[in-house]
Design a protein around this ligand. Structure first.
Ligand code: TA6
Length: 299
């Protein structure tokens, strides 16, 4: 596997000799692109996404920390902007590790962000007064992409946080998509007054604005899958992330986002976002919270 930097050192690309590749922008440690072995891009990235560090990236896999959405009433996270500051801070590249064996060809890229980092978003990060350390790892193998995070509390007091990987999956046509693995799960419907509902046993289809925080039963090892025209195209499993957000802005909301392009791009994406966002993770001094998602491409 090879690991290369862009000329301006703003991006790092890892590539397997078999052609799979992943590109990560240090701004936000945002995975921008994931190319499969057939040369297809598997993540949706807005054509108008800011990739110059001026704002969060619209597309790819932004990292949400330490708050999901906003939490105006929360004593610690209440002043933070939507989705926190991890996605608007410049992370440090910590290194790579590779596995060269044919049976397990993979490359892992590690990124770090701490409360002492120079790259912290200067407007948002100071609003969260804790010493912390984040390690975010992106592992590319032939058939999957794994992103994992370790949040360590380096402070002498506990903090509450939420973590989420805001993954924009690329689909051919949202009208042909079914999402499976959510049957019977309870969810909060943010498009319908944050009502709590229970998903039916039928696969979920997306036919309008959708913004739901699911709490599937089980430990995350049974996948939430994207099925297109009857064929599974992504299977998402989770470790220690109890929630899955499903989001599609649909036409009107997409039109209202200056960095969302093309206008009808909502037809080619669905966000399946593993996270720990249903409540708060309380992390004690010296302790850590860990979570991960693996997106597998059925062969
Ligand atoms: O994860 C879904 C969500 O929280 C939606 O409510 C929606 O607004 C989306 O994220 C995008 O948020 P952003 O701050 O990137 O515009």
């Amino acid at each position: 596997p090879s690991v290369t930097f862009s000329a301006d050192n703003a991006r790092v690309t890892a590539e397997l000799p078999t052609g799979e590749a992943v590109e990560v922008l240090l701004h936000g440690a945002t995975v921008l692109r994931w190319r499969d072995g057939a040369g297809r891009e598997r993540l949706w990235l807005s054509e108008a996404a800011a990739v110059d560090g001026s704002r969060a990236v619209r597309g790819g896999v932004p990292v949400v920390f330490p708050v999901f959405g906003t939490a105006p009433d929360h004593p610690q996270a209440g002043r933070l902007p939507q989705h926190g500051f991890a996605r608007t801070s410049r992370w440090e590249f910590l290194g790579k590790s590779t596995s060269e064996s044919a049976a397990d060809l993979s490359v892992k890229l590690d990124f770090g962000l701490s409360s002492a980092a120079e790259g912290l978003d200067p407007t948002a990060a100071p609003l969260w007064p804790f010493r912390f350390n984040l390690i975010y790892s992106v592992t590319l193998s032939r058939e999957s992409l794994t992103t994992s995070i370790v949040v360590t509390n380096d402070d002498d007091k506990a903090f509450d946080c939420q973590v989420l990987m805001h993954t924009y999956l690329r689909v051919g046509d949202i009208a042909a998509v079914e999402i499976t693995g959510l049957d019977g799960a309870s969810y909060v419907d943010k498009v319908d007054g944050a009502k709590t509902k229970t998903e039916s046993s039928a696969p979920l289809t997306i036919t309008g604005e959708t913004d739901r925080v699911y709490t599937p039963a089980g430990d995350g090892s049974s996948p939430v899958s994207v099925v297109e025209n009857g064929k599974t195209t992504f299977s998402v499993t989770r470790e220690n992330l109890g929630n899955v957000v499903v989001w599609n802005p649909w036409a009107e909301k997409a039109a209202g986002m200056a960095d969302f392009a093309p206008r009808d791009g909502f037809k080619n994406m669905v966000c399946i976002e593993p996270g720990a966002v249903g409540g708060w993770q309380s992390v004690e001094p010296g302790d850590a919270f860990e979570g991960a998602q693996t997106i597998t491409l059925p062969q």
